[in-house]
Ligand binder design. Structure first.
Ligand code: UD1
Length: 430
C-alpha cells in the first residue's frame, strides 16, 4: 500500500506551478460528450478522478486522444452506450455529470449512483428536481439512476440549496433543451463559470454564470472547440496554507488571484504576508499565527474544500479559534488524526473549537478524504519528527504530483510502497 513518509520541520520555500482545476475538468469532460465534433481540452489535471472519467468515456464509445500529459482530444460521435457503470466510476462523485450531459444530448442516461469523499450525506434531490423540471423522468433502481425524456423543455428551476453539482447538471441538460431555462439560487463557483464558458465556446447560450441566476437559451447542437481549463483554486490554497503552517514562503503561479480572495483574506487575518500579482500569489509567514473564526460557505465564501487546511494552521496559532462547517456534516474526520499529532481540538456538531498548540509531533496517520488528507500531509511537514500518512489514494484523486511539488519546495517527503522503502527513507534522513 502506498504511503507518504514525511520528516517535518522544514519551512517550505519556493514557487509552485498550479494545475488545472479538477472540479472544472470533471464537468468539462462530461460536457465534451455533447458534440459529435472533436473537442480539445488543455490544462487538464492528471489526477485519478479525471482519469477515471476519461476511462468511463472511452468505455461508452468516446474516442479519447491524449495529446500530452495535460491536453486531451475527445470525439464522441460514436457513443454506443448510455449506461455508465463500474467500480471506479462508482467511487467518484462527478460520475453524475454524465447524467446531465448524456440526458441533454441523447435524452437518456443511466449512471451508477455516485460515491466520492465520505464527508456527509451528499443528496442529489436538487439534480433530480432540475431534470424533472426539464421534462425528464428519473428512476433509481439497483444502485443506478436513470433519467430520460422524449423531449427536454426549458423551465424555471429554483434550487433549495446552493449546489455546485446540481447547478452544473441542470445547466448541461438545459443547453440542448427547447426554449429557455432559468436556474435560481445557482452556485457561483469559478468551476461553474468555467463550464458555462466551455459550453458557450461550443455554441451554447448561457448567461449569468457566476451570479445566482443563470439563464440558458436552448440551442440545436454544439460544435467543436479548443478550451483551457482554469487553475485549481483549492490546489493553490493548499500550498498557500502549507506556507503558513510550515512558516515558509511560497508563491503559487498560474492562478487567478480573484478566485483565491477568501483564502488570501484569512491568511492575512492570521498574520501572514500576502502579495498578489497578475497570475501569482505569494504567502510568507515567519512568526506565530493569530487565532480567528471561519465558517465555510458557498463561493465567494470560504470554501469547504479548504476547511481542513485552515484548521491545521489554526491548530498552531496563538489562542482559540472556531471553525464552522456549514456545507457538509461529516468533514471533521481528520481531527482525530490531528489530535494524535498533538493538536487540541474539540468538535461539537458542525463546529471545531481549536486551542492552538506550539507544535505538532510526527505520528502515523490516515487520510480520511481528499482535502483532509492533503491537510494532514501539511501538518506532518510542520511536525517534529517522522510521520507516515496512509490512504494517500484519496489525495491522488485531486492533487497531481503532490509530494513532488512539495519536495521542490524543500519538503522531506517520499512516496513509499513497502516497509523496506520506509526504513530507507528513515535512514536517509537520520
Ligand atoms: C462539489 C465539489 C466538492 C465541494 C462542493 C462544495 C466536485 C466534484 N465536488 O461537490 O469538492 O466540496 O462542491 O463546494 O465539484 N445538496 C443537497 N441536494 C442536492 C445536492 C447537494 O442537499 O441535490 C447539499 C449537499 O449535501 C451539501 C450542499 O448541498 O450539503 C452542497 O453540495 P454540492 O455543492 O452539490 O457539492 P458537490 O457538487 O457534491
Amino acid at each position: 500500500m502506498e504511503q507518504y513518509a514525511v520528516y517535518g520541520g522544514n519551512p517550505l520555500v519556493g514557487e509552485v506551478e498550479i494545475g488545472g482545476a479538477k472540479n472544472a475538468a470533471l464537468p468539462i469532460l462530461a460536457a465534451s460528450l455533447m458534440t459529435d465534433e472533436t473537442v480539445l481540452i488543455e490544462n487538464m489535471p492528471d489526477v485519478r478522478d479525471t482519469n477515471i472519467l476519461l476511462d468511463a468515456m472511452q468505455g461508452i464509445g468516446a474516442h479519447v486522444e491524449r495529446v500530452d500529459r495535460h491536453s486531451v482530444k475527445v470525439n464522441a460521435s460514436r457513443i454506443h452506450d448510455l449506461v455508465v457503470e463500474g467500480d471506479s466510476v462508482k467511487k467518484i462523485r462527478a460520475s453524475y455529470y454524465f447524467l446531465g450531459s448524456l440526458l441533454g444530448k441523447y435524452k437518456k442516461a443511466t449512471v451508477v449512483l455516485p460515491g466520492g469523499c465520505d464527508i456527509g450525506c451528499r443528496a442529489i434531490d436538487q439534480h433530480i428536481k432540475g431534470f424533472k423540471a426539464l421534462g425528464a423522468s428519473v428512476k433509481i433502481a439497483h444502485g443506478m439512476i436513470t433519467a430520460e425524456a422524449d423531449h427536454l423543455m426549458g423551465s424555471h428551476v429554483y434550487l433549495d440549496v446552493v449546489s455546485v453539482g446540481a447547478t452544473i447538471n441542470i445547466m448541461m441538460a438545459a443547453v440542448l433543451a427547447e426554449g429557455r431555462t432559468t436556474i435560481e439560487n445557482a452556485a457561483k463557483e469559478p468551476h461553474v463559470v468555467d463550464l458555462a464558458n466551455f459550453l458557450n465556446s461550443m455554441g451554447a447560450n448561457i448567461k449569468g454564470a457566476g451570479t445566482d441566476v443563470i439563464r440558458i437559451r436552448g440551442v440545436e447542437k454544439l460544435h467543436r472547440t479548443e478550451y483551457v481549463i482554469i487553475p485549481d483554486q483549492i490546489e493553490a490554497g493548499t500550498f498557500l496554507f502549507a506556507a503558513a503552517v510550515t512558516k515558509g514562503d511560497i508563491t503559487v503561479r498560474n492562478v487567478i488571484p480573484k478566485h483565491l480572495e477568501s483564502i488570501s483574506a484569512k491568511l492575512s487575518e492570521i498574520g501572514c504576508e500576502v502579495h498578489e500579482s497578475d497570475d501569482a500569489v505569494r504567502v510568507a509567514c515567519s512568526h506565530s499565527l493569530h487565532h480567528t473564526q471561519v465558517k465555510t460557505l458557498p463561493y465567494p465564501g470560504f470554501p469547504t474544500d479548504m476547511q481542513p487546511q485552515i484548521a491545521v494552521a489554526l491548530g498552531l496559532s496563538h489562542g482559540t479559534s472556531i471553525v464552522t462547517e456549514s456545507i457538509f456534516e461529516n468533514r471533521f474526520r481528520y481531527v482525530e488524526e490531528l489530535i494524535r499529532m498533538g493538536a487540541s481540538i474539540k468538535v461539537e456538531g458542525n463546529t471545531a473549537i481549536i486551542d492552538g498548540v506550539p507544535r505538532y509531533t510526527g505520528a502515523s496517520i490516515s487520510a480520511p478524504d481528499l482535502r483532509a488528507g492533503a491537510a494532514l500531509v501539511i501538518a506532518a511537514l510542520a511536525a517534529e519528527g517522522f510521520s507516515v500518512v496512509d490512504d494517500i489514494r484519496y489525495i491522488e484523486r485531486g492533487y497531481e504530483d503532490f509530494h513532488i511539488k512539495l519536495k521542490h519546495l524543500g519538503a522531506q517527503i517520499e512516496k513509499v510502497e513497502s516497509e523496506r522503502e520506509l526504513q530507507k527513507f528513515r535512514l536517509k534522513i537520520s
